[in-house]
Design a protein around this ligand. Structure first.
Ligand code: DGJ
Length: 732
């Protein structure tokens, strides 16, 4: 078991808990008398030792029981595992309450602990999982004596990956109502050793740009208060040595397994100590805990790497592929799909879709996905969300007829929904105006002409579920794209009482999770792809339900280089929705070679987003060979180890990434030359991840090279003329 408990190792430390992964150690110390839960160490794996010297109780102003005069100053500097509000720690805390008397102070003292094999599921929440022999869990049971709050701080430690996960369960053991006004999932207190933070930021169509910020006294915040994890900030932060690279240096990656509002902070304090916190945002959050009620925080994942950001990335990828994604598709090739959104937008009918499907199937494409516009009276985005009945004017003969015709062509059929929404112009809204999130007496803000359904209500959840499920039962539908195209505003629920209104945001997310869970239970073989106006819900919470997520509405191959680089920093390639679209690109107007668009989309789930009956003949002719390339390499792309070789975002000229088979027998590198230059030398690319002692052949070329040479001296990429050119380099 990777969790060890040591008792009474010094006068000051009552217990030490040592959490070991293959290459990391995480140490927690319980201070005698006071019961403080102190962070001692997180970093390279350590041998058994005497850890008492790590406890910062001999720093001024010393342990409060020895010096009650400066208790507050002590609390304001001591490294804590779960800092609480209002008793002396003035740094960012993880837990704050409001009592019936209006007070907010709360503390946490250790009472007991449990160590168990395995990892309990988090009811109603997505979370990583593992068998008893793969993971074990430490629970520190703590309390706030005056209010009767019980905390269970859970730490799960993976045997084969450098991963520790955390969450907290809070129970009101007292006799009065308590309101949680902040309940985070994790805190990391360390010395700040010239660290900087990596975060992922963006906007619609520009998601997850990698950003590096030195950590100092001004607080870094990464957050969403939009109701979804958002285009703007991803629920991720990595703390790294300032000069760590892709393959060297210490990196602490933290990712939040949640799809709603979140808050991550990082700040150096007055003594040069770093505190990082992660949890549900306190904005619009106030959760009532009546006596004996409990609240569970979502999971925070901590990954440690002492081999740079690359190893951190590969650990996240392995964790999510093995211990988070549940779909039967997770280890399977996904059908190559063609989606009609960029092909037709709202202007389609059965005839048009069948024409696309016919042509697509003859080229080897395996699934037709009918996007937005097939229901109610939806011919643009002003109407009908919530009216999930087929528009027979567009689809004469109904859905079953269309699906059967597509199936006859040997293709699967997939469909788009936006289940969480309601258009003011819909039969559903006319019948149930109180089902929309809104505040009585205040005109709710419209966004994309729509409102959001109040998914804190069971009746709304049941109705929504039945509307989707009945469509899925009506025909052979094998894929669903679950979209979400606006953020939450005007937070009011006609169902929640005033003292629970602050629960709406989180209850909404729990409602989304419950809908997706129910869907997968009734349709276990369904391939679900989450989406939110492109990539606003690219988070690990969603991956628990869907093995893939639409990465961005920006399908331009060159823009996609940095979007996919940022996404792949944390999330496996097998989860990145990526399609070849038509040119000039609808978002940027850029014209790129069809071949390059294919190579960039091959880094993800792969598919097409164009009218295959109307694209240039030369492009159409290329599709069968692209399809062949996908089938040839997708196992490797889905399951291999990912290496970032060069970044166009950084160098402004070219991009290169690779996937290497776990046994290092095979690798595929993708090189994209973005900008052409005159009279250039061939560019040298140093591969990574290969076996130095093995001899590799490069597909389509003469000669053999050792892995050692290809990683040290590199490979000279053959010249390609023109901008936006790309090349796949396959080694075996
Ligand atoms: C946003 C999605 O990201 C697009 O792919 C498309 O499905 C539209 N919504 C449809 O409204």
């Amino acid at each position: 078991m990777s969790i060890k408990h040591m008792e009474g190792i010094s006068k000051e430390i009552r217990h030490v808990f040592k959490l070991d992964t293959p290459n990391s150690t995480y140490l927690i110390g319980i201070v005698d008398e006071e019961g403080f839960v102190s962070h001692l160490y997180y970093g390279d794996r350590m041998k058994e030792d005497n850890y008492s010297g790590l406890l910062r109780i001999f720093d001024y102003p010393f342990l409060p029981s020895h010096n009650n005069r400066d208790r507050a100053a002590f609390l304001d500097s001591f490294p804590m595992e779960y800092p609480t509000h209002g008793t002396g720690d003035f740094r960012k805390d993880c837990f704050r309450i409001e009592t019936e008397g209006g007070n907010s102070a709360v503390s946490l003292v250790f009472r007991d602990f449990e160590i168990k094999k395995g990892k309990p599921a988090l009811a109603g929440l997505p979370a990583t999982f593992g068998k008893d022999e793969e993971v074990s869990t430490l629970t520190l049971i703590c309390e706030d004596i005056p209010t009767g709050i019980e905390y269970r701080l859970n730490y799960s430690v993976f045997e084969d990956l450098d991963v520790v996960t955390r969450n907290v369960e809070i129970r009101n053991r007292g006799s009065k109502n308590i309101f949680l006004t902040r309940a985070y999932s994790a805190c990391l207190d360390m010395d700040n050793e010239d660290f900087c933070a990596i975060t992922l930021h963006g906007s619609w169509a520009r998601e997850r740009k990698i950003t590096e910020t030195p950590i100092g006294s001004p607080m870094i915040t990464v957050e969403s208060k939009r109701g979804a994890s958002s285009h703007q900030d991803n629920p991720f932060i990595a703390i790294k040595d300032r000069n760590a690279t892709t393959d060297s240096g210490r990196v602490y990656g933290m990712n939040f397994v949640y799809s709603g509002n979140f808050m991550i902070t990082a700040k150096e304090d007055q003594f040069g100590m770093l505190r990082v916190t992660m949890g549900i945002s306190e904005e619009d959050f106030r959760w009532k805990l009546a006596p004996e009620e409990s609240f569970r925080t979502p999971e925070a994942v901590l990954v440690y790497s002492n081999e740079g950001t690359g190893k951190m990335t590969r650990t996240f990828h392995d964790l999510y592929r093995k211990h988070l994604i549940r779909s039967p598709y997770k280890d399977r090739k996904r059908p190559i799909l063609i989606n009609n959104w960029e092909a037709t937008y709202f202007e389609f009918n059965t005839e048009k879709l069948i024409a696309i499907a016919k042509e697509a199937s003859s080229l080897g494409i395996e699934m037709l996905v009918m996007d937005d516009g097939w229901f109610g009276k939806r011919n643009d985005d002003t109407t009908s969300l919530g009216d999930w009945n087929v528009n027979e004017e567009k689809l004469p003969g109904g859905l079953k007829y269309l699906v059967d015709e597509v199936n006859k062509l040997g293709m699967k059929f997939g469909i788009w929904f936006e289940p969480e929404m309601i258009s003011p112009d819909s039969d559903l809204y006319r019948a149930h105006p109180d089902w929309a999130i809104a505040i009585p007496g205040r005109d709710a803000t419209r966004s994309r002409n729509q409102f959001v359904l109040d998914l804190s209500r069971q009746d709304v959840l049941d109705h929504t579920y039945e509307s989707i499920a009945s469509i899925l039962r009506s025909a052979n539908i094998e894929y669903v794209k679950w979209d979400m195209n606006r953020q939450l505003t005007d937070l009011g629920s006609a169902y929640l009482p005033a003292d629970r209104m602050g629960e709406l945001m989180h209850r909404y997310v729990l409602g989304v999770y419950s809908l997706q869970e129910r869907l997968l239970r009734e349709f276990p073989d369904l391939l679900l792809e989450n989406c939110s106006g492109g990539g606003a819900r690219f988070d690990p919470g969603m991956l628990y339900y869907s093995p893939q997520i639409w990465c961005s509405d920006d399908t331009d191959a060159i823009e996609r280089l940095s979007i996919q680089e940022g996404t792949a920093l944390v999330y496996p390639l097998s989860t990145m929705g990526a399609h070849v679209s038509d040119c000039p690109n609808h978002m940027t107007g850029r014209i790129t070679p069809f071949e390059t668009r294919g190579h960039v989309a091959l880094a993800g789930t792969f598919g097409y987003e164009l009218d295959v009956t109307r694209i240039p003949e030369a492009d159409r002719k290329m599709i069968p060979s692209q399809v062949g390339t996908y089938h040839k390499y997708n196992d490797l792309v889905r399951e291999g180890d990912y290496y970032r070789i060069a970044s166009f975002r950084e160098n402004g000229s070219h991009d290169c990434w690779g996937v290497v088979a776990k046994d290092r027998s095979e690798a595929l590198f993708t090189y994209v030359k973005v900008k052409a230059g005159a009279n250039e030398r061939r560019r040298r690319i140093r591969f990574a991840g290969l076996d130095p002692d093995r001899i590799y052949r490069i597909e389509g070329e003469e000669g053999e090279y050792s892995g050692d040479l290809l990683m040290k001296a590199g490979y000279l990429v053959p010249n390609m003329n023109g901008d936006f050119r790309s090349r796949l380099i396959h080694l075996s």
